[in-house]
Write a protein of this length. Structure first.
Length: 243
């Protein structure tokens, strides 16, 4: 069974239509909304819904994306899900791409990453400076850590249960972009197979951004920690990434 984990903070405009689209997919997915007590009532909306396939994990305070995902993944592992997909609530990650990611894991990948930067660049409506930052970050992460992924900061990913069980998620400290990088880096270091699946990423058109320079700086320094943790050996040998 597949669980889609969606962290939310003030996404009341985006979440209801997103939930509707995801529950209408041919795949029989369950959803877990991890809400940090959004002042706009996102969590309350989830609670009002009477759908056995929609679950809510409500947390006391806004603690960052990484903490929300760890809690959501732990919940998934405590329940009976064998595929766990993560995505944003703001429609930057399209529900139409969800089946492709699930299929990649079902076909054997230990981790499937929705990638904006394989076979060209597919980002819609981002200001140029943000695109440059993101593409530059991808080169930087690859150069420092050796992680063979074209889109290491992306947050549209699909996990095989055994991968999450093996990479000791309780020890992952970072938030934001650093969180996405650290999770993939652990997966790669353990020798799991990673497949990148092309996706189209669209900037949020509703709600407010939680992106901040803190998140960028955290990731900037965090990659050096990953390199040192890996004993200054950027490559574990074989390149696992395909696509
Ligand atoms: N539970 C929880 N969710 C969060 C937190 N910060 C962000 N989110 C959610 O995580 C997802 C990604 O956050 P975004 O604000 O879209 O971050 P981004 O995509 O880098 O930036 P923008 O799209 O420009 O806003 C969205 O679904 C947010 O609602 C948080 O502290 N707690
Ligand atoms: Mg977003």
């Amino acid at each position: 069974m597949t669980l889609i984990v969606i962290p939310t903070y003030n996404e009341l405009n985006n979440l209801p239509p997103l939930v509707e689209k995801l529950l209408a997919l041919p795949e029989d997915v369950h959803l877990l909304i991890v809400d940090d007590s959004s002042p706009d009532g996102t969590g309350a909306w989830v609670q009002e819904q009477k759908n056995q396939r929609l679950h809510l994990l409500s947390r006391q305070q806004k603690n960052g994306l990484g903490r929300a995902y760890i809690a959501g993944f732990q919940w998934a592992l405590e329940h009976d899900y064998d595929i766990i997909l993560q995505m944003d609530a703001d429609f930057s990650h399209s529900p139409d791409d969800v089946p492709k990611l699930i299929a990649a894991v079902a076909a054997g990948a230990d981790l499937a990453i929705g990638s904006r930067y394989i076979h060209g660049v597919r980002v819609i409506n981002w200001p140029l400076r943000r695109l440059i930052l993101s593409v530059g970050a991808s080169y930087y992460v690859h150069t420092v850590t050796g992680l063979p992924i074209h889109d290491p900061t992306g947050g549209f990913k699909c996990w095989r249960r055994q991968t999450l069980e093996a990479i000791k998620i309780q020890n992952v400290q970072s938030n934001g972009y650093g969180f996405q990088i650290e999770m993939s880096h652990r997966t790669w270091r353990k020798g799991f197979s990673i497949t990148e699946v092309p996706i189209i990423f669209t900037d949020r058109f509703q709600g407010t951004s939680k992106m901040s320079w803190n998140i960028v700086f955290e990731a900037f320094f965090m990659v050096w920690k990953l390199l040192f943790q890996a004993g200054l050996r950027p490559s574990p040998g074989a390149r696992n990434s395909q696509g």
